[in-house]
Write a protein that binds this ligand. Structure first.
Ligand code: GLY
Length: 263
């Protein structure tokens, strides 16, 4: 049995007071891991708890697009190369569950009404997503979770309502493999912040490779990526788990996060 670990964030630029809510979700995940759940099941569980918490810009509490719509993105990946992601889904309070449903399908990703149709055919909850109350800023607070289970399997899950006031069809980093997330080779990374800036840098994949190649330790890779790839005006955060099951979180702004690991 290997050391188990969970790390989760509530978004770059998000209110630091949200950390206890993240810890609560992580602790639920820890109890589930201890009772035998897989890394994938646990990552989806913790992420869905954060989606259900209106404090976060993911699922319930998501920001609205410029046309007033609420459209959500999510992604799931395992260290053994399985992948699922959904983009701009309407009426989906838990997009991470739909992304997880894609993980063993022939297709990896679905978008918009097509994603919703696929979810309807498989009875995933359809319900209007209650957005973040008007006037509450929440431009970049995506959620992300990474888990290692007792067999050493890695899984991650991310979810977001996107950035406030972007057009309805806008695609951020969260559902784009290699940009908002990447897992493999015993190392997993999830990013948060301005999706366009993260996507231009293919941030998670590059940081993952810097760590797996042995070029840098995870904390050094995080620090250098944040400093060298982005200006200080661009809010960016990273979480990750390395081959030794060590968890790391770094950001150039406030980023509430929480972690748990077994003895
Ligand atoms: N990082 C969230 C987004 O830009 O959509």
């Amino acid at each position: 049995m290997t050391r188990m670990a969970i790390i989760a964030h509530g978004g770059a630029g998000a209110n630091p007071d949200a950390a206890p809510n993240i810890q609560k979700a992580v602790d639920i995940g820890a109890a589930s891991l201890m009772s035998g759940s897989s890394a994938l099941e646990t990552a989806v569980l913790v992420c869905s708890k954060l989606e259900d918490d209106p404090l976060f810009n993911a699922g319930t509490g998501s920001v609205t697009r410029s046309d007033g719509s609420v459209l959500v993105d999510a992604s799931v990946q395992t260290g053994d190369g399985r992948l699922g992601f959904v983009v701009s889904m309407p009426e989906t309070p838990n997009p991470v569950k739909v992304a997880a449903g894609l993980i063993d399908e022939d297709i990896n990703g679905l978008a918009g009404v097509g994603a919703r149709k696929w979810a309807d055919e498989r009875n995933y909850l359809r319900s209007p997503v209650v957005p973040r109350p008007t006037g509450k800023d929440g431009s970049t607070d995506t959620v992300g979770v990474i888990v290692v289970d007792s067999d050493g399997n890695l899984a991650l899950a991310t979810s977001t309502g996107g950035c406030s006031d972007r057009p309805a069809g806008r695609v951020g980093d969260v559902p784009l493999p290699g940009c908002g997330f990447w897992a493999g080779s015993g190392v997993a990374v999830a990013a948060t912040g301005i999706g366009e800036a993260i996507t231009k840098q293919i941030l998670s994949f590059r940081v993952h490779n810097t760590v797996t190649s042995g070029e840098k330790t995870m904390p050094d890779a995080f620090d250098e990526a944040i400093k060298n790839m982005f200006g200080p005006e661009t809010e960016i955060g990273l979480i990750g788990i390395n081959r030794d099951c060590e968890t790391y979180a770094r950001a150039n702004t406030s980023m509430p996060w929480a972690q748990w690991s077994s003895a």
